[in-house]
Write a protein that binds this ligand. Structure first.
Ligand code: TRP
Length: 334
């Protein structure tokens, strides 16, 4: 609890280009949360190096992501938006929690299995202990709630197990976090294989709309989106491509799927795809403009980075000191 509010923590990696799915499914919904929660949104750059990164690119993408958080409407005065690497307590607590996490637990993580299969030439220890760093992120802030996608639920469960284990030995040190299940964001699927989630790591660029795609590209990708031969705009499981386009259009316009069906009753896929493309442009254009404005205002963004790192550091260190004391590290001499 901070100032009578529950605490919320979430993070995203700056690797890969963020997609419309990331925006409509996560970012857009985060914006509504800061009234109710004390929010921390982290750019988890330390997680990114579990896979080899180009330094200049990592730096640029991290800053882009931080600006995107703000451009998406997260007020950096009300939400603590910061870089993980600027708060050394993350790495310190992760080390400690490593000693309270079992090899067996980490071996069972499906993301580790997937990633080590994908990066067989670089199965480093960081990839293995990735979920422990994530646990440290969350537990440092005594987070009550963590909005995560289904793919991260296993990591959140592990975080709860580690926290309970630690509390079992040392008393109530950590808040046990819950997954945040609020108004769930739209789950956006691939434009080319609509039974698969739209993903920033998809090899087919036409499958995903990236937040930084220009308007022509967005229109082209929508026009090429895979549909079917039923020639009817219905929100049904039998028409996954059309259903996905309806979801996108709904999320971008605020209309319900039923309203969309009515609006396009008797119309062809060509007209519908055009409308979908335009609705996406109407959402992404202002986002890109705000991002561009921030990119030019270096002093402002730098100030946010500095202030928020201090704020995050304050809360994180409070927890870290408590943990260090509990486990018997010598007291600091002042
Ligand atoms: N592992 C998360 C992902 O790839 C990112 C992440 C890191 C995270 N630390 C977190 C998410 C803490 C929520 C809370 O999506």
């Amino acid at each position: 609890m901070i100032d009578g509010k529950k605490t919320l923590f979430s993070g995203m990696q700056a690797t890969g280009n963020l997609t419309l799915g990331n925006y409509l499914g996560a970012l857009k919904n985060w914006v509504t949360l800061n009234e109710e929660y004390e929010c921390f949104f982290c750019v988890v750059d330390e997680h990114s190096i579990t896979v080899r990164q180009n330094p200049a690119e990592l730096r640029k993408r991290s800053r882009d992501l931080l600006m995107l958080y703000i451009a998406a409407g997260l007020d950096p005065e009300k939400n603590c938006i910061y870089y993980q690497s600027h708060v050394s307590a993350h790495a310190e607590l992760a080390w400690i929690l490593n000693c309270y996490t079992y090899m067996g637990e980490l071996s069972r993580m499906t993301q580790f299995k997937d990633k080590s299969a994908k990066h067989a030439d670089n199965i480093n220890a960081g990839l293995f202990t990735y979920p422990v760093l994530m646990a440290a992120d969350i537990l440092l802030f005594q987070a009550d709630v963590v909005p995560v996608g289904i793919d991260q639920m296993q990591h959140l469960e592990l975080t709860r197990d580690i926290a309970n284990r630690f509390n079992g030995v040392y008393g109530d040190v950590f808040t046990i976090p819950e997954a945040y299940i609020g108004k769930v964001g739209a789950k956006i699927m691939s434009l080319q294989e609509p039974t698969k989630k739209m993903s920033k790591s998809d090899e087919n660029a036409n499958a995903s709309i990236y937040l930084m795609d220009d308007m022509d590209t967005i229109m082209r990708k929508c026009k090429r989106a895979v549909t079917d031969s039923l020639a009817q705009i219905r929100y049904s499981e039998e028409q996954p491509g059309v259903k996905n386009l309806i979801d996108i259009y709904s999320a971008c316009t605020g209309k319900t799927p039923a309203e969309v069906e009515r609006e396009f009753d008797g119309k062809g896929y060509g007209d519908f795809k055009l409308a979908v493309g335009e609705s996406v442009c109407s959402v992404l254009k202002p986002l890109q403009e705000e991002h561009a404005r921030l990119a030019k205002d270096k002093a402002y963004v730098d100030q946010i980075i500095k202030n928020n790192a201090e704020k995050a550091g304050y809360y994180a260190n409070k927890t870290l000191r408590k943990v260090q004391k509990k486990i018997g590290f010598p007291e600091r001499v002042r």
